[in-house]
Design a protein around this ligand. Structure first.
Ligand SMILES: [Zn+2]
Length: 336
């Protein structure tokens, strides 16, 4: 065979077999980010700040969520873990895996209220948050975390998960069913220890209330409540969850769930200590910030600083999950 013919045959063979060989690569040899083209996937976002609904490219949206949810000073692997959790959260809502959230969002998949869905911020607003010299550097670091994990989501048993997360767990995360009584136990949302969180400002908060304030706030919610005496006589923690959060607290004649008590007094968490510094005065010390379920953002940063990657961090907080590329089914569903 002449050299020219040999070269031609080699090219033909390469054209046929190279794509086949590529599709048979083992999963662990696959690139870290998804092969799925997510450029056509758009999330419908209800911007509660401006009261407008907007379609945003998925990955652009994720950059804005990470920027709003986690400080850019956090380690890159923590930012990547946050990006994957945020992507999973948004897509889980978009495919209506976790209820029909569109009803609460005027048809949008998610809103930008962190107390309801997850926070999001556009770069124009982010620029007003940081000194000019830091904005581009911070934004680029966040963009890198989002794009390096592009298209990756969390699954359990092949299903997209509900990746709840919070700022600081106070040292231990919570079982999901302790926070939402209507929810049964979820295997990947179980309590785990979370080290190093006391170094963050969100770890401990103290608030002081006069007995009168306590009574007033409770009477608005429980009009039939009867108080017995001073606040020290009227208040007693009667049950804790396994993670030492308040499950039930007796106030006067009634028993209030810890989560309700947190809501009424706008407390940082339900990991509570109560002291009575003066007559008819109460000091409430809370540990951690947020509901405490799923990934702790401060804990994620601690693990990242110890050299753990996003894969380790996510699997630490979400027991038994896998990190997988977005399925073609979801890509097609949201394609234009
Ligand atoms: Zn929402």
């Amino acid at each position: 065979m002449k050299d020219k013919q040999k070269a031609l045959l080699l090219i033909v063979c390469l054209l046929i077999f190279f794509p086949l060989a590529r599709s048979f690569r083992k999963k662990e040899e696959m690139p870290q980010n998804s092969d799925a083209n997510t450029s056509s996937v758009e999330i419908i976002v209800y911007n509660t700040r401006e009261n407008v609904i907007k379609r945003i490219n998925l990955e652009e949206y994720i950059v804005g969520v990470v920027a709003a949810e986690m400080p850019a000073s956090f380690s890159s692997e923590a930012l990547k873990a946050q990006a994957i959790a945020a992507r999973t959260y948004a897509l889980g809502r978009a495919v209506e895996k976790y209820g029909n959230t569109r009803i609460n969002h005027f048809g949008a998949h998610v809103c930008t209220n962190p107390a309801h869905c997850q926070a999001w911020i556009p770069k124009e607003l982010y620029q007003t948050w940081y000194p000019k010299s830091d904005v581009d550097k911070n934004w680029a670091k966040i963009e890198q975390a989002a794009y390096e994990t592009s298209g990756l989501i969390l699954t359990y048993d092949g299903e997209i998960i509900n990746p709840l997360y919070h700022a600081n767990s106070g040292g231990i995360t919570e079982d999901v069913q302790e926070v939402w009584s209507s929810v049964n136990s979820v295997p990947y949302l179980q309590s785990v220890f979370s080290e190093g969180e006391s170094d963050y400002s969100s770890f401990e908060k103290k608030v002081v209330f006069k007995g009168e304030e306590i009574r007033e706030k409770l009477m608005k919610v429980y009009p039939d409540i009867v108080f017995m005496g001073s606040i020290s006589e009227d208040m007693e923690i009667i049950q804790y969850t396994n993670s030492q959060r308040v499950k039930e607290i007796r106030v006067g004649s009634i028993t209030v769930p810890g989560t309700k008590f947190r809501e009424i007094f706008s407390l940082a968490s339900t990991q509570i200590e109560i002291n009575f510094p003066a007559d008819d005065e109460i000091e409430i010390v809370t540990y951690g910030f947020g509901h405490g379920v799923g990934m702790s953002q401060c804990g994620a940063n601690e693990l990242a600083q110890k050299g753990k990657d996003y894969d380790y961090i996510l699997k630490y907080y979400y027991t038994g999950v896998e990190i997988e590329p977005l399925s073609d089914e979801i890509v097609l569903k949201f394609g234009n």
